[in-house]
Design a binder for this molecule. Structure first.
Ligand code: PMP
Length: 423
């Protein structure tokens, strides 16, 4: 555990409490964004003196930066098990990656109604999005997906790698098989899966993967779309501008191939290098150990919540051995838990946890309005999510604070409309 904690910048932060004094901060909001890895911060600091233009200069610094940028591509590709002919396009984040892909798909895209808006709205925007309503079990959901693909031709299936609301994950190998059987490709929104699980595109059959650096322990501003080249090379450039062209005349341009085709403008060298360094560090962590540690924390949180009478939100029920567990694939859940507390709004709970206990969680509808509407009706909810430096103490602090809320109520009254706190 200490080894994991020393991986991160900014652990051990003291935060003020509303009743006075301060406490060490408990960050349980890794699903929103994760603090930088120490090695990432050091890598960024080492790059700053070398800062120069990429792909555009013959000078030494320019050559070094170009080399670093292109090496970052190779590192990201290796981290996700990309096929030799896959392309890595650096983007701003997962949202950007999925918007780029949505404009490159030569046909309809089938999505589930459980998605983060980043993997929902881009497809609606293209006019080619078809939504399948998730069923109460994984097996029935896969069957519904297949029925939709059988009903009419689609070019792509786009699913989340792990739900940002419940942490639940479809068996991606099975989804890929289903998509491919019907002539469609599979895109995975990896924003929540990649921080918790290794993904291997070649082995799983995922055709496109979208990721965000800031959820992978790198800074904001860089993400990637990794996947098959042909659609991306046939698509209009994501942005028109320098670097994306082969030749320009006063009448128009001929565009170059991916990845440069979709990376017009001066690239985000620091972002790409930081993302790659994070991939390198995460890739070297002991995978089984990390998964086991997070599974134990998840179990501790779930058990503690159950003892308080709080049931986490779930998309799928347990009974699913007919189809969900085939081909070595089982339903999986990463360490994200979302719940409501009877008698209190999510805003009140989140404000109480922060102000009185120094615990950071997320409250709201998590950019997944269709899913939240289904799981809670109109209500917002509270999300706790685990990261590399989360320990049992953090989980127990949250459980203790919730127990105190349920028995004693908050010491203060929280007026949520304007965020004001009154005694
Ligand atoms: N998909 C999922 C599942 C997410 O959780 C998020 C971030 N909350 C996104 C996509 C969007 O990521 P970003 O804001 O970095 O584009």
């Amino acid at each position: 555990q200490h080894a994991a904690q020393s991986l991160l910048v900014g652990t051990g932060t003291e935060v003020p409490l509303v009743q006075g004094g301060s406490t060490d901060y408990v960050n349980l909001d890794y699903a929103a964004s994760a603090p930088a890895l120490r090695e990432v911060a050091e890598h960024v600091a080492a790059l700053l003196p070398l800062y120069s233009s990429i792909h555009r200069g013959a000078g030494y610094l320019s050559q070094v930066c170009t080399e670093v940028y292109e090496a970052a591509r190779t590192t990201v590709a290796a981290f996700v098990g990309a096929r030799a002919d896959d392309v890595v396009i650096f983007t701003r984040n997962t949202t950007d990656s999925l918007n780029l892909l949505a404009r490159s798909v030569p046909g309809d895209t089938v999505v589930l109604d459980i998605e983060h808006h980043a993997n929902f709205l881009p497809w609606l925007g293209t006019g080619g999005g078809r939504t399948v309503v998730a069923e109460p079990t994984v097996g029935a959901t896969l069957a519904a997906l297949e029925a939709e693909l059988r009903r009419t031709t689609a070019a792509l299936v786009a699913v989340t790698g792990a739900s940002n609301v419940t942490g639940e994950s479809l068996p991606l190998r099975r989804v890929a098989e289903i998509a491919h059987r019907h002539g469609a490709r599979l895109a995975v929104d990896g924003a929540q899966l990649l921080p918790h699980r290794r993904v291997d595109l070649a082995a799983t059959g995922i055709d496109y993967l979208a990721v965000s650096g800031h959820k992978l322990y790198a800074p904001y501003g860089a993400g990637a779309l990794i996947g098959r080249r042909d659609w991306l090379d046939a698509a209009e450039p994501h942005l028109a501008g320098g670097g994306a062209v082969r030749a320009v005349t006063v009448d128009g341009a001929t565009w170059t191939d991916s990845p440069a085709r979709h990376e017009a403008g001066s690239p985000n060298l620091i972002g790409a290098a930081a993302l790659a360094k994070a991939c390198q560090v995460l890739g070297a962590l002991p995978e089984a150990q990390q998964e086991a540690r997070e599974a134990a924390l998840l179990q501790r949180l779930r058990t503690g919540l159950a003892e308080l009478g709080i049931e986490p939100l779930r998309i799928w029920g347990q009974e699913d051995d007919e189809t969900g567990g085939a081909a070595g694939e089982t339903e999986d859940t990463v360490a994200i838990v979302t719940f409501t507390v009877p008698g209190w709004t999510a805003e009140e709970v989140a404000t109480y946890l922060s102000a009185e206990h120094g615990i950071g969680v997320r409250d709201g509808r998590f950019c997944a309005h269709p899913l939240l509407r289904r799981l809670t009706g109109a209500a917002t909810a509270i999300r706790a999510s685990v990261g590399l430096d989360t320990d049992e103490r953090a989980i127990d602090r949250l459980l203790g604070a919730l127990a105190a809320l349920l028995t004693d109520g908050p010491r203060w009254t929280y007026a949520t409309a304007d965020g004001a706190v009154v005694p």
